[in-house]
Write a protein that binds this ligand. Structure first.
Ligand SMILES: [Zn+2]
Length: 75
């Protein structure tokens, strides 16, 4: 999928909403680290999007563009 804003190929992954650590994004194929820390997420090339606890545990397919920081849900 191409970024609608800058045309760069977007990275496929998932956004996870977590009761314990907030909102984060991980690339396709990466598993949630056992200990969710900034470094663990960084090591998986993921992004920490918010540290406030999310109301429920959710997982959503989500594409990101690192060039312009755009994000797109597939739906
Ligand atoms: Zn873009």
């Amino acid at each position: 999928m191409q970024c609608p804003f800058c045309g760069t190929e977007m990275e496929q992954g998932f956004i996870y909403g977590r009761r314990d650590c907030g909102l984060l994004w991980l690339p396709l194929g990466e598993k949630m680290p056992y200990m969710i820390t900034k470094n663990a997420i960084k090591a998986r090339n993921g992004l920490l999007l918010g540290e406030r606890p999310f109301p429920e545990n959710t997982k959503l397919e989500f594409f990101i563009c690192r060039k312009c920081n755009a994000g797109l849900s597939k739906f």
